[in-house]
Design a protein around this ligand. Sequence first.
Ligand SMILES: C[S@@+](CC[C@H](N)C(=O)[O-])C[C@H]1O[C@@H](n2cnc3c(N)ncnc32)[C@H](O)[C@@H]1O
Length: 365
Amino acid sequence: MLTSLSASSWLLGFAGFLLALGLDLRRRRVGSSDLLRLGILSFLDLLAPAATFGCALALCAQMWPAAMREGVLHVRTVAFPGALACLIAGPLLWTEGRKQMQFQRPTGLIFGEWLFFAGAVLTSITTALDFDRAARLWSLAPVVAGLALIAVIVPPFVKKFEGLTILEAIGEKEQFSQPEYTPPTQECPQPQLWKMLDAQSTEVEVLDFLKALVVAMKPRLIVETGTFLGHGTLKLAEGLRHNGFGRVITIELDPAIRARALERFKASGLSGWIESRLESSLDAKIDGTIDLLFSDSHLPNREAEVRRLLPHIDPRGLVLIHDASSHFHIVREAVLRLEAEGLISSVLMSTPRGLAIAQRREGRR
Ligand SMILES: C[S@@+](CC[C@H](N)C(=O)[O-])C[C@H]1O[C@@H](n2cnc3c(N)ncnc32)[C@H](O)[C@@H]1O
């Protein structure tokens, strides 16, 4: 099919390939110096959508002169279904790339999907156009290869905790902000207006809000459950540094994740404001009165940890419960239950993942 392309179709296809590749590198913040450090599967993940866009352009360019001259499209050719398939697959693969960035989906997945799709299209074309048996069998090879690749990379990814996948994906690179990943909800219909660093770290705007709250409230003791990469801790600590007093105790269950957060704390120069603990929020013992609790650990644990820490919280202080949007039923329902029991009074802030700002009822005047 490709050998019968005219020189101008080849040229246009190559230009389309380069353009799509350039745009993909840009949105992934991959510079020319990073290119050499990319693994083979990462490289193939970049080539797959670019090649599809290139093929779409080349095949359209190939059909264009005859279509213009004769005023008809020759449907029973290789070029027509090929171009159609590429025009459908190109945007799909592009979206898959976005999801790969947002959800840290496994490297090689886009290439695997591309192989499968390309093979399926080739098989359909060779069958529909009565190619010989050998050609039909060969066109099945990419389907098998794509399925095999997906079968190898997807199961370990599904089994792994998302936080560790993010940890691996970001490697030594600094993170960058991208549009928020959670789907729209009734209370937050345009989540894409917010920014996120990854699917576990608090939304960028909410991080800024945490700092502003610390500056406004002047808490002496802050407790954060679920450190993850430490983005929330650092914003809370920035607020403390601004105030000139206080400390934040941050609690993380996973040793590898905590080690990464500790590196970040050290590099930030804010370690002096932070007490990092490796334990479960459900076992943590806190001495002193908590002025600000930021509950942000495992979703199903939030209710138990808030109930556990509530007696230690100053009634003039605040309880922030992250992920209280209707997308995360489990947390929202827990907040509503705690409120219905008269334990807290809460405001449900309509951010993409939701933030309940609550206060302990007992002792409040
Ligand atoms: C949503 S992330 C925290 C995000 C972080 N607070 C921020 O602002 O970027 C949740 C973290 O809680 C940790 N975690 C899960 N269960 C926990 C528990 N029982 N105690 C403490 N941390 C826990 C997970 O390992 C993960 O790193």
